[in-house]
Ligand binder design. Structure first.
Ligand SMILES: Cc1cc2nc3c(=O)[nH]c(=O)nc-3n(C[C@H](O)[C@H](O)[C@H](O)COP(=O)(O)OP(=O)(O)OC[C@H]3O[C@@H](n4cnc5c(N)ncnc54)[C@H](O)[C@@H]3O)c2cc1C
Length: 608
């Protein structure tokens, strides 16, 4: 075991982690980033469509309209002050990225180019607005590279391929994190005054997902096992357009450029579900529409997919019908969506310039996660009590600015806005805080758990359990839900947790580069994510945003304008041992501060 001391630790090197590390370092804190992946392999690098900011470069825009769209898109579960902070801070965050050298696409005048995206409108829902700033369809890649270069320039210390597996607490105060070094299998204790978790999402809970293999909810699981509640876990977003069966994402930017969804009868069906905004309705609405079309027998060739059509022929026909003067051609598509074309040609043998793409909804984004306030400080109850020294930002956090459903382009904003605020807050905190002492043998529990997995003499390999979990969650806790199915999913996940304890075996018993061991550990994290999602979903007896119940179809603002906090009963051991009844707390009220000033922010039933 090795011990290191840093004032601030950042766990995760995606957009949120890098932004936080940059600002903590600039603020004078001695900072290290720990990442299980080489930083530029983080999932942020795959983000395609864009980052939203009301710059108004092409259409008139206003951050308050952006905040309104964020709140409405989140089906009014968003904390409205957080949505306002997101929208207002987005503008200078994007300009800051530009000044760092991020190669955004440009307008003819040389300003940052912007495009339409689902749910983004001008003048409080009047018409679609061009708000998504983009670098072709590689926006996330450019953000990640830019931020990594900045971190190197500012001498941030990196521990790459170090897998954080536990957090150390001392009397209710944060004291450090424990990581396993992939190359050696050795444990490292990072003693710190503060840590910010930015470990990303957990799409791998479901079997069709846009998420990378590494997205297993580690950070959320680590803090949850040490007693921190998770917030709004029932809200998991399915992106409407994943490549059929593979789940690989086809950005909403395709529809932003004019692409339309077509059912098996050749009809543009979104007109029925969202007459005003059509294919650019928010993701929950579009994913449900696709499921309904398929369920009613209008999938393509009777199968469970529909088409996304961006061929100039189709797009121009609809543009003309809508009375728009704009037209697109093959060259524009090649220029604006090069990676999408590449994916489809490579993985499907389909050329989107000439033919439509087969798509289905794909598990995409966690709205829930570690509860924080707008300074990325972790809060542990309905009174917003801050846990000293602990921070979270990015997809793993729940601020909650996205409420029950995130709008496209708002995650990248979330990373840079709340990553930056978290970095600054940590730099400030470490100036006045002391190191909490480490306990006598901080690694004893996690070493015990790793040894248990390594020595497991059961019959089942982790992949078998993972597949069962992914299927049952896809079948019962995805776009549409009802009590019986969710209960079945929960029972199955609990059974899998028991087997994880008693019946596991792995092939590699060694220490160096033991990815077998770490994948087994990641499965434990996934099972915790699946269980907390199912428990929270069963508990919420209404439909809102991404949580759509067939046995409770209406949104219920009287009883359910509250966040869900789910936690393990105090005193249960940190590793997935058995399944104690989880504790639910629904006393945390949604912050409606904008609604108090402006009637347009008062919850209204959706009309698109
Ligand atoms: C295909 C795709 C396209 C997307 N497109 C867009 C888009 O156009 N616009 C938009 O706004 N959003 C988009 N999103 C969503 C957005 O990209 C993600 O929500 C966001 O990038 C998450 O960033 P993050 O910094 O929170 O984490 P990530 O970028 O996922 O990084 C997680 C980091 O945590 C580290 N980590 C994880 N576990 C551990 C551990 N146990 N120990 C140490 N390190 C760990 C990893 O090494 C990694 O560095 C897209 C998502 C996907 C999957």
């Amino acid at each position: 075991m090795k011990t290191h001391q840093f004032e601030a630790i950042v766990v995760g090197a995606g957009g949120a982690g890098l932004m936080a590390a940059l600002y903590a370092t600039k603020g004078g804190a001695k900072t290290a980033v720990i990442s299980k992946l080489y930083p530029t392999r983080s999932h942020t690098g795959t983000a395609q469509g864009g980052i939203g900011a009301a710059l108004g470069n092409l259409d008139e825009d206003n951050p308050l309209w952006h905040a309104f769209d964020t709140v409405k898109g989140g089906d009014y579960l968003a904390d409205q002050n957080a949505a306002k902070v997101l929208a207002e801070n987005a503008i200078d965050a994007v300009i800051e990225l530009e000044h760092m050298g991020l190669p955004f696409d440009r307008t003819d005048e040389g300003k940052i180019s912007q495009r339409r995206f689902g749910g983004h409108t001008s003048n409080f829902g009047e018409k679609p607005v061009r708000r998504a700033c983009h670098a072709a369809d590689r926006t996330g890649h450019m953000i990640l590279q830019t931020l990594y270069q900045q971190c190197i320039k500012h001498n941030v210390t990196f521990y790459d391929e170090f897998h954080v597996v536990d957090m150390i607490m001392n009397n209710g105060k944060f004291a450090g994190v424990i990581a396993l070094e992939l190359g050696t299998g050795e444990f490292h204790v990072f003693h710190a005054k503060a840590a910010l978790f930015a470990t990303g999402g957990w799409g791998r809970v479901w079997n069709v997902t846009s998420n990378a293999h590494s997205l297993t909810g580690d950070g959320a699981a680590v803090v949850y096992r040490r007693g921190i509640p998770l917030q709004d876990m029932e809200f998991y977003q399915f992106h409407p357009t994943g490549i059929y069966k593979m789940g690989i994402l086809i950005t909403e930017g395709v529809r932003g450029e004019g692409g339309v969804l077509i059912n098996g009868r050749g009809e543009r069906f979104m007109e029925k579900y969202a007459p005003k905004i059509k294919d650019l309705a928010s993701r929950d609405v579009v994913s449900r529409a696709i499921y309904l079309e398929i369920r009613e027998g209008r999938g393509v060739k009777g199968k469970d997919y529909v088409y996304l059509d961006v061929t100039p022929q189709t797009v121009n026909r609809y543009l003309a019908e809508a009375g728009e003067s704009r037209r697109i051609d093959a060259e524009t598509i090649e220029k604006k969506l090069p990676d999408i074309l590449d994916f489809c040609r490579t993985y499907l043998g389909v050329d989107p310039v000439k033919e439509p793409m087969p798509i289905q909804p794909t598990a995409h984004y966690a709205m829930g996660g570690i509860p924080t306030n707008v300074d990325a400080e972790v809060v542990i109850d309905e009174n917003w009590t801050v846990l000293p020294g602990l921070y979270a930002a990015g997809e793993v956090a729940c601020v909650s600015c996205h409420g029950a459903n995130r709008l496209g382009t708002n995650s990248l904003v979330d990373l840079v806005v709340f990553g930056r605020r978290g970095g600054m807050a940590m730099a400030d905190y470490v100036k006045r805080a002391d190191y909490a002492p480490l306990p006598a043998s901080p690694t004893a529990e996690i070493e015990g758990e790793m040894n248990r997995i390594r020595a497991g003499k059961g019959k089942t390999r982790p992949v078998e359990l993972r597949k069962i979990m992914q299927q049952v969650m896809m079948d019962h806790v995805s776009v549409f839900r009802e009590a019986k199915g969710m209960q079945q999913a929960l029972d199955t996940v609990r059974e899998l947790k028991a087997r994880y304890q008693t019946d596991l075996t792995i092939d590699d018993k060694g220490f160096q580069f033991n990815t077998d061991l770490l994948e087994a550990w990641e499965l434990g994290a996934l099972l915790d994510m699946a269980e907390t999602t199912a428990v929270s979903a069963l508990n919420r007896k209404e439909s809102r945003g991404a949580h759509s119940r067939e046995d409770a179809k209406e949104r219920d603002d009287v009883s359910w304008m509250v966040h869900t906090l789910v936690s393990r009963p105090a005193g249960t051991p940190p590793y997935p041992q058995g399944s104690p009844e989880l504790q639910l707390n629904t006393k945390k009220k949604v912050d409606l501060s904008l609604a108090e000033q402006d009637a347009r922010f008062v919850p209204k039933v959706r009309t698109y």
